[in-house]
Design a protein around this ligand. Sequence first.
Ligand code: SF4
Length: 381
Amino acid sequence: MELSLYLHYPFCLQKCPYCAFNSVADAPCTPDEYGNALLAEMELRRRELADDVSAVTLYLGGGTPSLMDPSLAGRLVDASARLFRLAPDAEITLECNPGTVTRERLDAFRAAGVNRLSLGVQSFDDGLLHSLGRVHGAREAQDAFAAARGAGFDNVGIDLIHSLPGQTLAQWRNDLLRACALSPEHLSVYGLTIEEGTPFFHLEREGKLPLPDEDESAAMYETAADVLAARGYEQYEIANFARSGYRSAHNSGYWNRRPFLGFGAGAHSFLRSPGYGVRFSSPESPREYLGSVARGELPVAETRTLSRRDAMAEFLFLGLRTCAGISLDQFRREFSASFDEVYGDSCAGLFSAGLLESCDGFLRLTASGRILSNQVFVQFL
Ligand code: SF4
């Protein structure tokens, strides 16, 4: 079984006010204790898996995994190879907060086996970065990128966020141009979403968050697609753009429903069997997670067995995120029914509204469909 590995490092220097990821600023343990729990969980999971497995990607995400000691990253890479046969040429990504890396640390991460960096720059505007509660400014982001190149990383991605409070289209365009000027191999551009329970959520409810409206937000998305296409970045997913040969293999696995195992507090996993597949996740609380592993138990908080209908919906809303779309033949093979039989009636309006199109046996979102993707996906639920 080919699969991906995800290791979650849930600690950050401070909690950003828009963030709903499973991350905390106050770690209940030392980095070493958490690292040892990750390694122990990997051992426990391997014993449970009957299949012969072969990992094709490894992703160190968070939180802020660039805070971890590079020697821990090395131990995690080694354990991935030993327990899950991580391929020698596998893509190994580290998410980096620009405020946490130096050339020396990046040299050490590279020596540990990391071969791809995803830099969470978010913006090159110091005022916007400050309002996002980021621990870095534009200067640190540029320095981190230069340090990454100096350390020999030839596969570096930059993440940017648009539709920020008070952000203008001109500021967003400037962010895109400054990112392109660094010439990263990959760019991810996300629109800010206001997540329940975050300080931004409360500010929005009080009318204190001057967010761009839907039209402005759509204009920012279209500007990203235009600016990046003009500079040689191919859009291959709703929010992701890459130079030729530099698509994220790890994230592509999510959209193609490749099985993955997640380790660490709040990490999610997906296996294609039994039946139509199963998704499970570990406790979000690092303390609870550590307790389970210390007792020698697999830290599973929630398990969801997918019905045929669930699996069909996932196949569509994950696959349609990609610009290639979904293969109608593959849908028929996996579910013994055609797309038209299952969704023909409910999706007719999406075709006539110009949000979905079918071409050469593939179904995909149109450019307008990518902007309104949530309206499309809701039809499959
Ligand atoms: S650094 Fe990232 S994970 Fe940590 S609080 Fe900020 S947005 Fe969330």
